[in-house]
Design a protein around this ligand. Structure first.
Ligand SMILES: *[C@@H]1O[C@H](CO)[C@@H](O)[C@H](O)[C@H]1NC(C)=O
Ligand SMILES: *[C@@H]1O[C@H](CO)[C@@H](O)[C@H](O)[C@H]1NC(C)=O
Length: 440
């Protein structure tokens, strides 16, 4: 055989092999149940209307303009406790002190740029991220007017901590069913005090998924399914109801000042929705703000007299700078094959690790399944940080950017007053610091 023919033969054989492997990963019924949706991040050609209606479209803005005009204000954020803490996702303030809960379950109080551990709310010790479900992972936190600290444990549910007695109470267990279905991942909540049927507290919680727990959040973002919901729980009557369903990754949640509506960040849909909860329009759901330049995370009321809200983003972008996940948004087959592959590979490693009781292998297998792809994607992505301030009409009034990636992966921007100054604390589910930015 000539050299040319040999090269051609090996080329054809490798192509065939890759093709068959692809087909296998796509169709093998025993692999991960993962069925990604197709959508477009930029409607390409409005002329082809059938195309647009066929492909669901979640557009990114074309550019950063108007109130989204680029600046470097967020890059001036100071990184407190860098390297000493991990994952201060959400921030709450009470009596002039700032609190946050860390990924490892410690709750810290921040005063004069120093921190004190005030509680450890983990369920039981765990060895790494791979068995995080055991110890839990606090996300959204808030105080009620009495000074009780509440937090959502992504794996276990809503809890209340008495900071004085250190007593920890489960308010809402994640395995409680609502409409015949329990959640696997809770993200955030808000308290409406004395709004219950018997005068007790009502809690509104974002139920992200009945499929993926927090450590599989990559699968949640990549699948883009619509099994997220907003739940309502009346503590005294112990009744749970589903306010809204079929949401793709409901994330942060906040009450408006009139307490007659909720603003909810729907991360995968890159929009905020407004849910009317009281009055003649109760039950109505409308878009509050869409065309967001990234996936919105937590929403928190500012301290301004005028009603505004801060919304944080992990990675901001526009359609002229899409990420790889955006480019894959209308390639669900490819997403399915890649994620089924890393899941099968990671699970196999984890399995052999547990057979031999070799923890580093279990840990590595879990990383292959859940983290390495994210790390790789971050390496090739422009890491543009952003938080925005939105008014009560759903209009962006201010944006703080970090184009150099100094402060990105933000989960929450929480405004507080310290002395005569307004301060924005920036939380993050992944970062190893707490951001602090003076607004004046
Ligand atoms: C689009 O976003 C990138 C950052 O990802 C920014 O540098 C660029 O200026 C933005 N484009 C426009 C036209 O605003
Ligand atoms: C929630 O309920 C389940 C099932 O009843 C139980 O195993 C679990 O310990 C409960 N979790 C909490 C945090 O109370």
């Amino acid at each position: 055989m000539s050299l040319k023919a040999q090269i051609l033969k090996s080329f054809v054989l490798s192509f065939l092999f890759v093709f068959l492997f692809f087909v296998f990963l796509f169709y093998a019924p025993f692999l991960l149940d993962f069925n990604p949706n197709s959508f477009r991040y930029a409607p390409k050609n409005d002329f082809f209307l059938f195309y647009i209606s066929y492909f669901h479209s979640i557009p990114l803005p074309n550019s950063f303009s108007g109130a989204l005009k680029e600046n470097d204000l967020l890059s001036k954020t100071v990184h407190l406790f860098e390297g000493e803490i991990k994952g201060p996702e959400s921030i709450a303030a009470f009596n002039g002190d700032v609190y946050t809960a860390l990924a490892d379950g410690r709750v810290i109080r921040v005063r004069d740029d120093a921190y004190t551990v005030v509680a450890d709310v983990s369920e039981s010790p765990c060895e790494g991220r791979w068995d995080e479900a055991k110890c839990g992972h606090p996300l959204g936190i808030r105080f009620d007017s009495k000074g009780y600290l509440y937090f959502i444990d992504a794996y276990h549910g809503l809890k209340r901590l008495d900071l004085v007695s250190k007593e920890l109470t489960t308010v809402f267990n994640i395995s409680t069913q609502a409409n015949g279905r329990a959640s696997k991942l809770f993200d955030d909540f808000v308290i409406d005090e004395a709004a219950g049927a018997k005068g007790g507290n009502v809690y509104y919680m974002t139920d992200v998924s009945d499929k993926w727990p927090l450590d599989h959040i990559l699968y949640c973002a990549a699948e883009h399914n619509k099994n997220g919901r907003v739940l309502k729980y009346d503590e005294e009557t112990k009744t749970t109801s589903v306010l809204v369903e079929r949401l793709s990754f409901p994330n942060g949640i906040e009450l408006n000042d009139a307490k007659d509506a909720l603003i909810v960040a729907v991360a995968n849909e890159r929009r905020l929705i407004k849910i009317q909860i009281k009055g003649s329009e109760a039950g109505k759901v409308e878009t509050f703000l869409d065309l967001l330049p990234g996936e919105p995370d937590n929403i928190r009321r500012s301290v301004d007299e005028k009603q505004t809200f801060w919304v944080a983003f992990a990675i901001a972008r526009n359609s002229s700078h899409p990420t790889v996940l955006d480019i894959f948004s209308n390639k669900p087959m490819l997403r399915k094959v890649v994620l089924r592959f890393i899941h099968a590979l990671g699970s196999t490693l984890q399995y052999f690790g547990s057979l031999t009781n070799f923890v580093p292998l279990i840990d590595f297998g879990h990383k292959v399944k859940t983290e390495l792809l994210v790390d790789f994607l971050m390496l090739i992505t422009r890491l543009h940080g952003l938080v925005i301030e939105v008014d009560s009409n759903g209009k962006i009034v201010r944006s703080l950017h970090s184009p150099d990636g100094h402060t990105f992966l933000s989960s929450e921007a929480r405004e507080v007053i310290e002395g005569s100054r307004k301060v924005l604390y920036i939380g993050s589910f992944l970062n190893n610091y707490l951001g602090k930015l003076y607004l004046n």
